[in-house]
Design a protein around this ligand. Sequence first.
Ligand code: SAH
Ligand code: SF4
Length: 384
Amino acid sequence: MTSIVPTEFGAAPADVAPAAPATPATPATSADVDDPRIGIKRYGLDGLRELLASLGEPAYRAKQLLRWLYGRGVATYDEMTDLPARLRERLHTAAPLAVPELLQVHHSQDGARKYLLRLADGARIEAVGLPSASSPTHSSDRPSTRLTVCFSTQVGCAMGCAFCATGRLGLTRQLAPGEMADQLLVVADDFGCRVTNAVAMGEGEPLANYDATLAALRLMNAPDGLGIGARHLTISTCGLLPQLRRLTLEPEQFTLAVSLHSAVQATRDMLMPALARYPLDELREALITYAQTSGRRPTLEVVLIDGINDTPEEINALAEYCRGMLVHINLIPLNAGGASDLRPASPQRLREAAHVLSNRGIEATVRRSRGADILGACGQLAAG
Ligand code: SAH
Ligand code: SF4
């Protein structure tokens, strides 16, 4: 990396050893994360500032560049009419501007759309757009449309969770901050409206690409960037503890979801082998600290799998685990795409689990899965 490459596009933290994927990771491209074709998209806000400072430019230029890149989402430096022509040329040489190529859009019957994108180095990723009409708060208000984007943070994933199609790919490479923010721009462009919410729930484990993901969220949050409120930006993690503790100390009010899937250690180890080194009781402590420090309620995601984690014993263990914690549980039916011997829990089991948890004073909802008909639902993204 050169001296102006910021930390936000660093390699995966050393303690995130890849789990053996079901099929070996085959590099989709000849490029690695240092590929010069990624250009300006490798930078977050700090990186843009450093780059412009290294070119001898005043600080306000970073704001201008941010506005062009992510506020307006232009595809060439030539369009940045308030930047001097000489600077545009120098930027073009120092950090070329590439936008993702939209290869395919799949439309789900439920309104969700899945996007297959090719990045500057040829890597392929998927993102999903989820429109929803929110109810008016006052009778005179017109329903406003919410557009949520589920974006990828890595090409593939190293975690190898048994139920997840992305996990079967293995990890090809990290995504850069601008490559994450660009996914929102593609979806906004296709729907013809602004993105109101974004969730790091596409391909990859966001906290295994910590600096770049946080830098991307800041591009999305910045008023001159995508201008999305921090509370409308969600990180979903399988629960990498060192990074989760670090996230607790970040100043922004980003929303946190943790994929728990079971409160029984042996079951969780079987479903999420790469997480076995972070015991459930330590995760519980980290979640309590998170809630106390941030004042925010994390969501726990539980994908219910027939005969594995939907039994009365499992739901009871889940209730015990959450007792006294400030959490919300999302119960999610398993989508196809992971190990073929795993079957979704029955709708009745899902309802029963929600009922048992609610009776024990734990907030739980059954989450509707969207985009399954286009393989765009949770855990089904597998373009890498
Ligand atoms: N790596 C992160 C975010 C990407 S996965 C994480 O694991 O949280 C996004 C969500 O999809 C997670 O909650 C994950 O557990 C869930 N998921 C994975 N495979 C799934 C499947 N087959 N059916 C339903 N949800 C799944
Ligand atoms: Fe990776 Fe999340 Fe899929 Fe696990 S569930 S393999 S952490 S993307």
